[in-house]
Design a protein around this ligand. Structure first.
Ligand code: SAH
Length: 236
């Protein structure tokens, strides 16, 4: 069934803006069709299209249930903003598919990419599209931190705090036996400075190694998120 995000749910719900355009012009959604509406509450609403107008679609909600596809594991991914927009989008898309609940992008000492509102909006759109595609019911909001310190602070409350450190000789955390909420930090193509890596340690982050080879940032982010999901029991 087609899935659409709406701003506000009510018995007769309105679909407007980009979601409406997409529903009408691309997916050719028509009166009488049953679709699923999402409002980021975790619920999924089955609704029937009752009218298709010029600027909006009206839908009657017939039932609602809790989405069944959200991860049990509470995982947050913080990654260094990359120069190549496609790679940032790739990381966001894969993180959503893997079940990551919070996504943060940060600037750091060796990351020179420049973030702006449009780019952040675009990343949030990618997160929403991925959410629908993989049948999740909650789209993570992608947030931007202009310093690594702020990003690390956003991960403070997580039980496991993992810092992918390309110059760590071994892992300080056992990735095969994780339990509890987990924040993952991965650097940009420029990597981390020694001072940044040490600073993360003082905030309770454990350096983890992803093996002998240096992975590209997007490989590292997806690989580490996958391993963490597996370790937390999500792949059963
Ligand atoms: N420019 C850096 C590499 C950056 S790789 C250099 O030349 O050394 C981008 C990010 O991916 C790193 O900051 C780290 O978070 C992660 N990463 C890549 N390979 C890794 C590895 N073998 N172990 C741990 N983290 C790794």
């Amino acid at each position: 069934m087609k899935r659409f995000f709406v701003d506000k749910m009510s018995d007769i719900t309105e679909l407007t803006g980009e979601e409406f355009e997409h529903a009408k012009n691309v997916l050719r959604t028509s009166v009488g069709e049953e679709v699923v509406l999402l409002d980021n509450s975790g619920k999924e609403y089955t609704a029937v299209v009752s009218a298709v107008e010029k600027k909006r679609m009206l839908l009657n909600v017939v039932r609602s249930e809790l989405g069944q596809r959200e991860a049990e594991a509470d995982v947050c991914l913080l990654f260094g903003y990359l120069k190549n927009a496609d790679k940032n989008e790739f990381i966001v898309q894969k993180a959503v598919e893997l079940g990551v609940k919070r996504i943060g992008v940060f600037s750091s000492e060796f990351s020179s990419a420049y973030m702006n509102e449009n780019k952040l909006e675009r990343l949030n759109k990618v997160a929403k599209e991925a959410t629908k595609q993989c049948l999740r019911s909650v789209a993570p909001t992608v947030v931007y931190f202009d310093t690594l310190e702020k990003a690390l602070a956003a991960g403070a409350a997580y039980e496991n705090k993992l810092f992918a450190c390309e110059f760590a000789s071994n892992s300080e955390a056992d990735l095969s036996a994780l339990q509890g909420s987990t924040a993952i930090v991965v650097g940009s193509e420029g990597g981390f400075s020694r001072a940044e890596a040490e600073g993360a340690k003082t905030l309770g982050y454990k350096h983890v190694s992803l093996g002998k080879r240096i992975l590209r940032a997007e490989t590292a982010a997806v690989a580490l998120a996958s391993v963490v999901m597996f370790s937390l029991g999500e792949w059963q």
